[in-house]
Design a protein around this ligand. Structure first.
Ligand code: ADP
Length: 740
């Protein structure tokens, strides 16, 4: 189960004087299911306060938590060691952590750890010395270097390093000037507050549709209390401007309220920060994995004290210590990147709605292709919805056409069909941009020996090694393992027999460069542009019209606006349909409508061509006809018939071990001991599709239950009955998205 080893006993040592004063429970940011009791001298620190207490052999920082169960006698308790001045966690965050732990079946302490990731934020500011301009003292010995520093000095404090680099001198020159009295030393907080968003600032004049939607959201906010509202509108319909109005309404309604905008991807976050700054005259507090430690600390502290009123972040921003959160917006709510698969497994969209529901504030979801979960919630009246029906300023939706690859196949060893090649030719001749989309990194997804049929896999793993030609390596996308491509087959020693099979973006780029030698061609995937900044450079070049053909994975699919892009070619529209997990068709629909939505966002009409071997698949037919609602209705019927989410509940119980025999035995013992319950079915155990990764084998049981069953209670009851041997780890994933 998602649990840790039992804690060390917490009783006072012999001979210690019984503590006086009160008693508090403390939850530690460790994988522990409950809080521990301590005694404290004098007044007990308030609920949510950060405190230090002895735990086992160490002093550990935790949070004062609501007491549960019967407390042991006061004299048996150890004493709290200290308290921090940092603002306490809000009662609604505490309630959220308790709820989320129960829902995800991870220990409370593991969830608290997500709140307390910024280790030095509790210490308070460590003031730093900075320098400002001062009157030049008489007789100051002037040098060229000193002159340069004084020219760079200003009213606003700057650190020695900043001044020195502006003046291209060493820091000693700066300090020398301060000693001589020509600069003044001042103490500054290294984590300055964020400028507040200007909520009086006028946004753009809204279209009638936008106005209607914005007013509906403002009504929900004025009414107060929790409500989830979906903004449903095609890409480019102006959803962002609408939810900005909701942010204004929430921040205006309560001068202490804070708002959080969640985005699924960091590559989207950076340009979005600029957009928020343009709208609100001040940059929001950012939260994502690319921040420096100092930037994290600044956001964490300012969010905790309540002065950061608008936060833009990735899913983990949900666990920031907001003093008074009053609105969450989940943009691209359908995006699977909201599901966290490592550590505590949770879905940030669902958690955001739960957070709003527990604390009594509205949650806005925005998408052009809402998830079936959300659509069903709207249909059944649990969520409200507002729609934006057309693109802003009448930019037309792209014309989408399927290319039947059985009838119009590419030449041997090529991946682009004559029809698609013809369209790219046409675009090049009129100087418009094309995007060739293939959601597969690297050069070739499979490397096979032509002599003996050996497939290259990572050691101890069943995952295929993907050839990456830029780096000339074979890489495992699941474990990160990589090796130079060998010249001989490791199984039969045949030389030069290892053959790349199938295309990745790099291989399509190779074909494109051969075909269009004079075109400006760029490749974009997380390998070719590692890190959000280098990705940004390619995206900016695309926006500026410096690229004719961009060949990209899904990193280019989302949220970007390329005014001169008029053709999107999907190289393999069937890719996401293979493997068939329960959301395969839905995910394909979402991804392909996102990527085809990149075409023709400005005045020029766009077109999209989807290469497919299954033109009759309902998802592809729906994409071609643009009939999203018919597609969703058909999906809904399929899921309802099978009792899958959102019509039923599902949990994955995954067992992992290096010891395959213990794994098999435990999986079968678990299955045998599954309680018989009305409306619950346990499927499996089955090997995971990629059975071994880095020597660890994985088996899975799926628990399917009717909607009225408490899956968590069933699982807790079941898993408590089976003794899991040491070498086997068991994790529970409530409502799984990944079945690999
Ligand atoms: P979505 O979030 O639905 O994809 P956006 O809000 O990003 O759409 O809007 C698409 C484009 O239209 C953006 O460039 C945006 O700045 C512009 N836009 C949207 N609404 C307005 C408006 N009311 N006035 C001016 N420009 C707008």
């Amino acid at each position: 189960m998602n649990k840790a080893s039992p804690p060390t006993e917490n009783s006072s040592e012999d001979g210690e004087a019984p503590p006086s004063g009160g008693r508090v429970s403390v939850l530690f940011p460790l994988p522990l299911p409950k809080a521990y009791d301590y005694a404290c001298d004098g007044a007990a620190p308030s609920l949510g306060a950060f405190v230090t207490a002895p735990f086992g052999p160490r002093q550990v920082t935790g949070v004062v938590w609501p007491s549960e169960g019967e407390a042991p006698a006061l004299e048996k308790l150890k004493k709290l060691a200290g308290a921090f001045e940092a603002p306490p966690l809000s009662p609604d965050l505490i309630a959220f952590i308790d709820w989320a732990a129960a829902y995800t079946m991870f220990p409370k302490g593991a969830l608290l750890r997500m709140v307390m990731r910024v280790s030095d934020a509790l210490e308070g500011p460590r003031m730093q010395t900075a320098y400002i301009r001062a009157a030049t003292p008489e007789g100051l010995r002037m040098t060229a270097q000193r002159k340069a520093v004084l020219a760079a000095a200003a009213e606003a404090p700057q650190f020695a390093s900043e001044l020195a680099s502006a003046a291209e001198v060493s820091e000693a020159v700066v300090r020398g000037l301060a000693d001589a009295g020509a600069l003044k030393r001042v103490d500054v907080d290294p984590d300055p507050p964020f400028d507040p968003p200007d909520i009086e600032r006028q946004g753009p004049a809204l279209s009638d549709d936008q106005q209607f939607a914005a007013e509906a959201l403002a009504d929900v906010i004025a009414e107060g209390g929790h409500k989830a509202v979906l903004i449903d509108g095609v890409t480019g319909s102006g959803k962002t401007e609408v939810y900005f109005e909701a942010v204004v309404a929430a921040l205006k309604k309560d001068p202490e309220a804070q708002a959080l905008i969640l985005l699924p991807e960091i590559a989207l976050t950076l340009p979005f920060l600029t957009r928020v700054e343009e709208r609100f005259g001040a940059a929001p507090a950012p939260w994502h994995s690319d921040l420096t430690a100092a930037q994290r600390r600044r956001t964490w502290r300012r969010v905790a004290e309540g002065s950061a009123r608008l936060v833009v972040g990735a899913r983990s921003a949900l666990f920031l210590p907001f003093k008074k959160l009053g609105l969450i917006v989940v943009d691209e709510e359908h995006d699977n990147a909201y599901k966290q698969e490592e550590g505590v497994i949770y879905h940030a969209r669902d958690m955001a709605v739960a957070r709003g529901s527990l604390a009594g504030f509205p949650v806005v979801l925005a998408s052009a292709t809402p998830s079936l979960e959300t659509v069903v919630n709207v249909d059944e009246g649990r969520y409200d919805a507002v729609g934006l029906s057309s693109r802003f300023a009448d930019a037309a939706m792209p014309d989408i056409r399927l290319i039947d690859m059985r009838e119009d196949p590419p030449a041997q060893g090529r991946w682009l069909s004559p029809a698609l090649v013809g369209e790219v030719d046409r675009n090049l001749s009129v100087h418009e941009q094309s995007l060739l989309f293939l959601n597969r990194r690297g050069y070739a997804p499979l490397t096979l020996c032509r002599r003996c049929g050996h497939k290259m896999t990572a050691p101890g793993s069943d995952s295929m090694l993907v050839e990456h030609r830029f780096e000339n390596r074979l890489i495992c996308h699941h474990t990160g393992f990589s090796m130079p491509k060998p010249s001989a087959c490791p199984a039969c020693n045949a030389v030069d027999a290892l053959t790349p099979c199938g295309p990745g973006v790099e291989r399509v780029a190779e074909e494109a460069k051969e075909r269009w030698p004079d075109a400006r061609i760029a490749v974009l995937s997380s390998d070719t542009a590692p890190g959000p900044r280098s990705m940004r450079e390619v995206l900016d070049a695309m926006k500026a019209g410096e690229i004719d053909i961009l060949i990209a994975t899904q990193v280019a699919a989302k949220g970007h606006h390329f005014p001169n892009l008029t053709l999107v070619g999907v190289v393999d529209a069937d890719l996401g349909l293979a493997g068939g997990d329960l959301r395969a068709a839905e995910r394909t629909y979402q991804l392909l409508s996102q990527v085809t939505g990149r075409a023709g966002r400005a005045e020029k009409p766009g077109r999209a061509l989807l290469q497919t071997y299954q033109p009759d698949a309902p998802v592809l037919a729906a994409l071609a006809s643009g009939d999203r609602d018919a597609f969703l209705a058909a999906e809904a019927i399929g899921r309802r018939d099978l009792g899958f989410p959102p019509y039923g509940r599902l949990a994955a119980v995954t067992l992992r071990s290096m010891d395959e025999q213990a794994l098999d035995r435990t999986a079968n013992a678990l299955k045998a001991s599954a309680p018989i319950a009305d409306g619950v079915e346990v499927l499996g155990p089955a090997r995971a599709p990629i059975y071994r990764l880095r020597g660890v084998a994985r088996m899975r049981l799926l628990v399917k239950a009717k909607r009225n069953v408490s899956l968590q209670a069933y699982l807790a009851d079941w898993l408590a009955k089976v003794k899991v041997p040491g070498p086997v780890r068991v994790t529970v994933d409530i409502n799984p998205y990944s079945f690999l």
